[in-house]
Write a protein that binds this ligand. Structure first.
Ligand code: PGA
Length: 253
């Protein structure tokens, strides 16, 4: 079975209530009845219900950018997996490099988030990726190995069919400098191989591994045509319907 690619827009801390509604509607209209590629939009928390409404009845899934690994409680400012499900989310991004390196999240917390989200029934987009100095020091594979292994600690094999891995080299995020298609393919092959050691070949063959980091309309086709690149996690270019839809089209088989 060929893997159906997933293109997800990570809106980060951008958009207003109004522009979020308009952007979701424009993506929905532009996508039409296309079903050969899966699409998800991940707006900021406050716009989840607005975007859910704009996407209702469409093929586009809703995702959140973060989650807290508790069902409920005195955790000021945090949002639980159940709340995301209630808001209509199917996906949640976990371990994004901005949360790792700007906000300071460690692998232990990322692992708790992934587990709690999967246990609640969400699909998790687990982000992994090396920094430039790690790539330059030939540490890419050991960093990816660590982040993947830690991120998935105690995640059962019955849950990994709801897992997506996003390879996002930190030096490529928001910098305009994307990984070459060959660099992406090489990292994805490594991640799939490592995942097969953890969960077996069958699960590894069906695992979706997205590439993220300066994916744009003009480089998407080259990246997405690599055998192990199963979609894209798109930041900047997901904030305009035209450029996001061009990336979605580049993911068509
Ligand atoms: P970018 O962000 O496309 O703006 O580089 C990607 C991401 O952070 O997921």
């Amino acid at each position: 079975m060929p893997r159906v690619k997933l293109v997800a827009g990570n809106w980060k801390m951008y958009t207003t209530a109004g522009s979020a509604r308009d952007l979701a509607a424009a993506v929905r209209n532009g996508l039409g009845a296309e079903d050969r590629v899966a699409v998800a939009l991940c707006p900021p928390f406050p716009w989840l219900p607005i975007v859910a409404e704009a996407l209702a009845g469409s093929r586009i899934s809703l995702g959140a950018q973060d989650v807290y690994p508790e069902k409920e409680g005195a955790f000021t400012g945090e949002v639980s997996p159940g709340m995301l499900l209630d808001a209509g989310c199917r996906y949640v991004i976990v371990g994004h490099s901005e949360r790792r390196h700007v906000i300071g999240e460690k692998d232990t917390l990322i692992n708790l988030k992934a587990r709690a989200a999967l246990e609640a029934g969400l699909s998790v987009i687990l982000c992994v990726g090396e920094k430039l100095e790690e790539r330059d020091a030939n540490k890419t594979e050991s960093v990816l190995d660590n982040q993947l292994t830690w991120g998935l600690r105690d995640v059962s094999s019955s849950q990994v069919d709801r897992l997506v891995v996003a390879y996002e080299p930190v030096w490529a995020i928001g910098t305009g400098r994307n990984a070459t298609p060959e660099q992406a393919q090489q990292a994805h092959v490594f991640l799939r191989w490592r995942f097969s050691q953890l969960y077996g070949e069958k699960s590894a063959n069906s695992l979706l591994i997205q590439y993220g980091g300066s994916v744009k309309a003009d480089n998407a086709k080259d990246l997405l045509s690599q055998a192990d690149v199963d979609g894209a996690l798109v930041g900047g270019a997901s904030l305009k319907a035209d450029s996001f839809l061009a990336i979605v089209r580049a993911a068509l088989p």
